[in-house]
Design a protein around this ligand. Structure first.
Ligand SMILES: [Fe+2]
Length: 270
């Protein structure tokens, strides 16, 4: 009786372990999830009402990148008829040869107004001018400590805070007084620094949501400046932050309890 119970436990552990490996290494990393959220606006930010913004981040396309996953994500975003797409950085881990196949897929994005691109810490660590050319070839506009005006609201993008040359004052310099702005910033944990009443929303990636999460525990590992706000929607008064889990994988080609994500934010009256 004792022997068979031990055998049963052993078999259960083997089956359970096999299921985890199958899920993490084969199923989940290709299983795109679409998060759709309505974001209420405070009255000073009401010019953003009706705007739909899609977030894509952390492709790491040279590191086990999956072009068919990016293609599906682009297709979904196009079907949603979004106004803006924010590409939030870490296109590659270290090899810029990953840019060409990634940008081939991203060039199919068709937002109504614009695709905005910022750089992440990995991009900045291995940056070459060819990365700019690749991103520009998709039709995206690169915002590095700069902003774009869309008549009534702006979108700003700050350089990677970990490995770039971020300049917060310069990033918002062209934004008119009292005009709401969406701030794209790769690393989320700077959310509670550099406050400005014009910022209606910060959009970030970087954390991968942990990439590998455990039940009742959460993310096993989170990167520096992606630990305080690892995933999801955060609010501090009228300040709001959304952190996406991103699409790709870093270091190991696995995701567990942390599916790749495209987030679509729809700004509505508060
Ligand atoms: Fe990052």
């Amino acid at each position: 009786m004792q022997f068979s119970r031990r055998k049963w436990i052993k078999r259960s552990l083997l089956v359970g372990g096999g299921a985890v490996v199958l899920d993490a290494g084969v199923i989940e990393k290709h299983w795109l999830s679409i998060t759709r959220l309505k974001i209420p606006l405070a009255p000073p930010h009401s010019a953003l009402e009706g705007i739909k913004l899609a977030m894509m981040s952390d492709f790491h396309h040279d590191d086990f990148g999956d072009s068919s996953l990016i293609r599906r994500a682009v297709q979904v975003i196009n079907e949603e008829s979004v106004d803006l797409v924010c590409l939030l950085g870490d296109y590659i881990t270290k090899d810029i040869s990953g840019m060409a196949p990634l940008c081939k897929e991203l060039s199919a994005l068709r937002p109504r107004l614009a695709t905005i691109a910022i750089y992440g810490n990995h991009d900045r660590g291995h940056w070459e001018p060819a990365m700019d050319q690749a991103l520009l070839s998709t039709g995206a506009q690169i915002l590095s400590n700069d902003s774009l005006d869309f008549s009534g609201f702006s979108v700003a993008g700050i350089d990677s805070c970990l490995r770039g040359k971020p300049d917060f004052a310069r990033t918002l310099k062209k934004v008119p007084k009292n005009q709401p702005v969406i701030l794209a910033r790769h690393e989320p944990d700077y959310f509670d620094q550099h406050k400005d009443p014009r910022i209606a929303m910060q959009v970030s990636g970087h954390s991968h949501g942990g990439q590998i999460c455990l039940p009742f525990y959460g993310p096993v590992f989170l990167p520096r400046m992606g630990r305080k706000y690892p995933y999801g929607l955060y609010r501090d008064g009228s300040d709001q932050l959304y952190v996406t889990r991103g699409i790709g994988t870093l270091t190991a080609p696995i995701r567990f309890l942390c599916r790749p994500e495209v987030a679509i934010l729809h700004f509505v009256r508060g």
